[in-house]
Design a protein around this ligand. Structure first.
Ligand code: ADP
Ligand code: MG
Length: 263
């Protein structure tokens, strides 16, 4: 077989196996290998060719995980300013960032008033998990409830429940901002129950645990059962303090005032 035919066959094998990145790297690597000075062994040649494909596949996988995760902002944990939350222990957040909590399906609850960085921390954990190759999905409580409502109407309840059971980490943002209709509370309860001891939930809420009855239309039974499952294995982080937005707004206003007072 001529070397041209061999080359064509090799290209067509790579195309058949959908190894596009390896196919693209092939001419360059072959050039390198056939140089008189080349020390490329057969083994090393094959390893390098496959390494190109492995890297490309890995990259595609990460990109697809990142798209699937639907994280609403690019914030990472590294950008979190701990000086704004002196009571929040950076070691605790670092421990969470190690993602060990995912191994035994521990839940993480961020509780605090608006603007203190709950979403940022949840999203930052989400990005860390995606970078580690985990399947993550972000939703707000309102979106989750609306989606379950549609699913019930369209006969896709079981599929939708499987969807929420799937990811290693389900982020449910903004629980408690809007009161949930009884049907919504029951949807959230089912999602939490399904994931119980199987997959982590990272949840943010503006309500202290005692206030949860209200979100569930004062259905203490559902609220209690849901909290039982959510808290059984969990890390609860209460964030107090000023809204970061207000803080930076205040700092800007202060700077502007000073500039005006001492031009
Ligand atoms: P919450 O979800 O608690 O209402 P967010 O996470 O949405 O608050 O934070 C509000 C805004 O303030 C965001 O733009 C966020 O990036 C920023 N922010 C809040 N806390 C911090 C912090 N400690 N360091 C840096 N940015 C912060
Ligand atoms: Mg938020």
């Amino acid at each position: 077989m001529s070397s041209d035919t061999e080359y064509q066959k090799l290209r067509s094998h790579l195309a058949f196996l959908r190894m596009g990145a390896a196919a693209e790297a092939l001419p360059g690597l072959l050039d390198e290998a056939t140089k008189a000075s080349s020390k490329l062994t057969h083994q090393r040649f094959l390893e390098q060719l496959l390494a190109v494909e492995v890297a490309a596949t890995e990259e595609r996988r990460k990109a697809s995980l990142a798209r699937f995760a639907s994280l609403p902002s690019p914030f990472t944990l590294a950008e979190f300013d701990f000086s704004a939350q002196p009571k929040l222990d950076p070691k605790l957040i670092a421990e969470l960032a190690s993602l060990r909590f995912v191994e035994d399906a521990t839940n993480v609850l961020f509780i605090g008033p608006p603007g203190v960085g709950k979403t940022m921390l949840a999203v930052g954990l989400g990005h860390a998990a995606v970078a580690a190759g985990m399947r993550v999905y972000y939703t707000t409580a309102a979106e989750l409830v609306a989606r379950c409502h549609r699913a019930a109407l369209e006969g896709r309840w079981a599929t939708t429940m499987r969807f929420y059971a799937g990811p290693k980490i389900l982020i449910v943002d903004e629980v408690g901002y809007l009161p949930l209709p009884a049907e919504g509370a029951s949807a959230l309860f089912q999602v939490v129950s399904q994931r119980y001891l199987k997959g982590s939930i990272v949840l943010t809420t503006n309500l202290g645990i005692a206030g949860w009855g209200k979100v569930f239309g004062d259905d203490q039974m559902v609220a209690g059962a849901l909290l039982d499952r959510l808290l059984h294995r969990s890390v609860v982080i209460n964030i107090e303090g000023d809204s970061y937005r207000m803080r930076s707004h205040r700092a800007r206003a202060e700077a502007a005032r000073k500039a005006v007072a001492h031009p």
